[in-house]
Design a protein around this ligand. Sequence first.
Ligand code: SAM
Ligand code: SF4
Length: 474
Amino acid sequence: MKYDKTSKKADEFISHEEIMETLAFAEAHKDNRELIEKILVKAAEGKGLGHREAALLLECEDSELQQRMSEIAKAIKQRLYGNRIVMFAPLYLSNYCVNGCTYCPYHARNKMIPRRKLSQQEIIEEVIALQDMGHKRLALEMGEHPTLNNMDYLLESIATIYGIKHRNGAIRRVNVNIAATSVENYRKLREAGIGTYILFQETYHRKTYEALHPTGPKSNYIYHTEAMDRAMEGGIDDVGIGVLFGLSTYKYDFTGLLMHAEHLEAVFGVGPHTISVPRICPADDVDTVDFPNSISDDIFRRIVMVLRIAVPYTGMIISTRESRRSRESVLEVGVSQLSGGSRTTVGGYATSAENEARETAQFDLSDTRTLDEIVSWLIDLGYVPSFCTACYREGRTGDRFMSLVKSGQIANCCGPNALITLKEYLEDYASADTRLKGEKLIAAGLKMIPNLKVRERATRNLSEIEEGKRDFRF
Ligand code: SAM
Ligand code: SF4
C-alpha cells in the first residue's frame, strides 16, 4: 500500500511497505558513520527526527555513536522536562472481556480466573485508598464488554471518581485506557473530562496482530489502528499511543510507532501526548517463552533513548511491569512518567493482602514498592516526583501544551508546579525520612526557577501549603 502519512486509512499511514523499506534502509546504512553523524547533528537541535533517521540510529551498533545518542537523549530530556517525573497509578475497574488477546490473562477463553467488576461503592473505596497514598492522577483500565463494562458504566465511574473529596486529597486527572471505540463515545469521554485517552496498538504488524487477536472486536486491525483518529475527531486533544514490545519484532514496531506519531501530527497538527513502552510480562496463563520477540534490557534502553531523540515533545511512560534497575536505566535517557504503588488486580488497592492473593493480576509486577518508597528512591536519584495536573486543568492540552513545551516556558510552569505538588505530598502522605529529603530537594529546586516573580509566588505557595492550604498551580 502506498505510504501517505496524511491519509486517514490505517494501511496507508502505517504502510507495511514503508516499514520494510525503512528497515532495509537502516540495515544498509548501519555502518555509514558519515550519515549517522549527520543525523546526530540534527538530533542535537532537539526538534525531532523522521522515522527513517530514527530507525537508522536504532540499528547502529557502534558503541561510541551510541554513547553520543545517549548524551543527546539526556540533554533533550533535561532541557524539556528538567528533572521532573510525573507520578500516576492504574485503577482496574473490570476484568470482564470479550476479546481473545493471547498475551493477556483477561482474554475471554480464560475460565480459570475470577471475573470482577467494581461497583461505584467499591470504586470509592479504591480511590480513597489511592488518595491516601498520595495519588492525584489515575489511568483507568478495563476489559472490553458490551454490557458489563460499557460506556455508561465508565462514564458513571469517572463522575464518581471526580466527585470524591477525601481529607486533603482529590483525583485531579483521570486518564482512560480502554478498547477502541466510536467517535460518539470518544466525544462522551471528552465531555466527562478525561485527561489522556490511551490505547496501545500492541503491534503494528498486521499479520501478527491478527494472529494474536483471533476473536472479539479487537481482532479488527483497521478499526483498532484508526482509533486515535476517531478519538481526535471526537475532540480528545491528548492521546497516548504505545506498543507491547515482544509481540512482533521491535524494529518493526518502533518504526510503526513513529509513523503513527507522524500521522497524528500531519493530520491534527499535534502528535501524541504520550508514548508508552510496555514489555510483555508473565501472567496467569501467559508464559513469555511463547513470545520469542521479547527484548533485552539493553535494546529496551536503546528504544527509549532513540524515541526521546525522535519525538522530544512527547511524554514517555513506563509502568511497574519494569524492575527498579530497568526503570532507573530508562528514566535517565527519556522516560518522564512513572506509576508507583500499583496493583493490576480489580479491587487491588482496598483489598486485604489475603484477598489479593486469590485475585488475578493482569500481569506480574516487577516493581512492588510502595509509592513512598518510589518517591524516596526518585529523590535519591535527583529527580523531583511531580503530582502535577495543572496543564489539563488550565486547558493547556493538545497543541497548546505542545507550544508551551516548544517555547521552553515549561521551566517557569511545570518546574514550580512539580515543587508545589511534591510539597503537598510531603505534608500529607510522606514518611519522615522522605519528607526530610524532599524538603531539601524543594529548597534547591526553588533556586533553579529562572523567573524571579514565579520564584517568589512559588515560595509563597509553599508556605501557604504548610498552613494547610492546597491546590496552587501555575
Ligand atoms: N482492554 C483495553 C485494551 O486492551 O486496550 C485496555 C486495558 S488493558 C488492561 C491495557 C494493556 O495491557 C493492553 O493494551 C496490553 O498492551 C497490556 N497487557 C496485556 N497483557 C499483558 C501482559 N501479559 N504483559 C504486559 N502487558 C500486558
Ligand atoms: Fe481484554 Fe485488553 Fe486483555 Fe485484550 S488486552 S484481553 S482487550 S483486557
